[in-house]
Ligand binder design. Structure first.
Ligand SMILES: O=P(O)(O)OC[C@H]1O[C@H](O)[C@H](O)[C@@H](O)[C@@H]1O
Length: 516
């Protein structure tokens, strides 16, 4: 797929479908060859064109004329394709006459933060930031997240950038090598960013220099961030194997706490000293408890697959309001910002995936800051009792009702199947959801959730299920929670009965669950 960059000035360039690289509000593609069925589509030339396009988009956003030199920060996670993409991005920006602040190994929230930090010596704030990452995805993928001081870009911005990039890419075939007029500066921004986080923990303990001294904390930085190949498990705190690994490490080392991040540090989770996982609904419950102590009555915005137990916990135990919205961290954050603008106070937006953002932290989607909030709680408690450990945190989720059975089953739609009749998988998925809704309305054991912002959420048999369209993939994820396997199977059977007439939907995973 790669273009051939020869000695001549004219490059021969393959056709690239730039819009295929869009993944919601991010760009993602395959950067390393070798995985069957996954051809490389994020080449250096593609990355370069995207960087030039981002600079042009940013100039337009800032309503600046072509003479204005922008300062764009560029950072990357530990993937093995990071350096070549960083060089390509730098090339694309400097060739367009703008300056680059190279941060090197960085986290996604730090890149956003660089557009807010006032620090002239380190050339901040940057006009825009680019994080090179594919988040929790496998090692062969990579991608870009873009920021301005207004936050992460939205879907429309990304589409605009990719359309511009497509033109840049075609034009570059005829222009040959561009002169690099922009300046590249290396900045150790992560030290500035990390020291802000350390200050926050010190402050919460009454400015004590070492408020966590004596605690033993195990950290999984996205499964060996130094390696870039993720040899042990997917770097994702939602992943079972990942959580098992950090739990074992806590128990084996008799540690007080375990902390786990995804590769670009916007997702996180924790494990207490007894090996109890503090992720998914439990982490949202814990963060809600902390935030509601600081802001009584506030609204907590979450994604759509949170449990009924979480709603009861936030509303009955903590006296807050739970606004269950859509899946997708950007959706959740934007909704919290929207609520505030309508006069409904919200301080926390969080997904079961481990993405979390706080109003006090500029709505930055920041896994490290989420963990800082837990550490603040620990540090504060240790000023009163220096021997106290992670039980302070565990106690905060006391009373959260949890289902005995919790599953997510992902049902694939075959996009090439004749039953789609040439239509999109989204339309097909929507018709399945519509049919399911009408089947449910006739079943006396099942009740559709009165308030719902995506998919079909239904309660029954002492539990609930939710079927929705994946944000990006031709997949209908099905979440089921129930108090017994038998009840969970009854809920699963209701979905299967409604889905069975849709022959392009692969129900193998659901059948397997029902036969276990
Ligand atoms: O809709 P799904 O396929 O389950 O994916 C949902 C997830 O997509 C991306 O990874 C977003 O970054 C997450 O915020 C979101 O939770």
């Amino acid at each position: 797929m790669a273009a051939t960059q020869g000695a001549s000035d004219v490059l021969s360039i393959d056709k690239v479908d730039f819009l295929k690289l869009q993944n919601g509000s991010d760009i993602r593609g395959v950067a390393i060859a070798g995985v069957e069925g996954e051809p490389v589509n994020l080449t250096e030339l593609v990355a370069e064109a995207i960087a030039t396009a981002f600079a042009a988009w940013l100039l337009n956003k800032k309503k600046a004329d072509g003479l204005r030199r922008l300062r764009i920060s560029v950072g990357h996670d530990s993937r093995i394709s990071a350096h070549k993409l960083q060089n390509a991005i730098t090339h694309g920006i400097t060739a367009a006459g703008h300056d680059v602040l190279q941060f090197g190994l960085a986290s996604t929230p730090a890149m956003f933060n660089s557009t807010l930090t006032e620090d002239a010596i380190n050339h901040c704030p940057a006009d825009g930031g680019i994080m090179i990452t594919a988040s929790h995805l496998p090692y062969n993928r990579n991608g870009f997240k873009f920021f301005t001081s207004d936050g992460g870009l939205n879907k429309t911005d990304i589409k605009d950038i990719l359309e511009r990039a497509s033109k840049v890419y075609e034009e570059s075939a005829h222009c040959g090598k561009q002169e690099q007029t922009g300046v590249v500066t290396h900045v150790d921004y992560m030290s500035i960013y990390a020291s802000d986080l350390v200050q926050a923990v010190r402050k919460s303990a009454g400015n004590k220099e070492k408020p966590l001294e004596g605690l033993h904390i195990v950290v999984d930085a996205g499964n060996g961030a130094g390696l870039g190949l993720f040899p042990n498990h997917i770097p994702n705190p939602e992943d079972k194997a990942a959580m098992e690994a950090i739990t074992q490490a806590v128990l084996n080392n008799k540690a007080d706490l375990g902390i786990i991040f995804d590769t670009d540090v916007d997702r996180s989770a924790a494990v207490d000293s007894s090996g109890r996982e503090l992720n998914r609904n439990r982490l949202i419950a814990l963060m809600s408890a902390i935030v509601l102590e600081e802001h009584p009555g506030t609204t907590v915005v979450t994604d759509s697959v949170t449990s009924d137990g979480l709603t009861a916990f936030i509303e009955k135990k903590l006296g807050g309001k739970h606004h269950r919205f859509k899946r997708g961290y950007k959706n959740v954050i934007d909704e919290a910002i929207r609520l505030n603008s309508t006069g409904e106070e919200s301080h926390l937006a969080m997904e079961t995936s481990g993405h979390g953002a706080l109003k006090e932290n500029h709505w930055l989607d920041d896994g490290a800051y989420t963990m800082v909030k837990l550490l603040n709680k620990l540090a504060g408690a240790r000023t009163l009792n220096p021997n106290i450990g992670s039980k302070v945190l565990t106690d905060l989720v006391e009373g959260l009702e949890e289902a005995a059975v919790t599953v997510e089953i992902r049902l694939k739609i075959d996009q090439n199947h004749a039953d789609l009749k040439g239509g999109s998988f989204r339309d097909y998925g929507e018709s399945i959801l519509k049919h399911l809704e009408s089947v449910i309305s006739k079943d006396p054991n099942l009740n559709k959730a009165p308030k719902n912002h995506e998919g079909v959420r239904v309660s029954g048999y002492g539990g609930w299920f939710m079927l929705r369209l994946s944000l990006h993939d031709p997949v209908l994820p099905l979440n089921i929670e129930a108090q017994s396997k038998n009840d969970a199977m009854k809920l699963g059977l209701a979905v299967l009965a409604a889905a069975s007439e849709f022959s392009a939907l692969d129900t193998t995973a659901l059948n397997k669950f029902l036969q276990q």
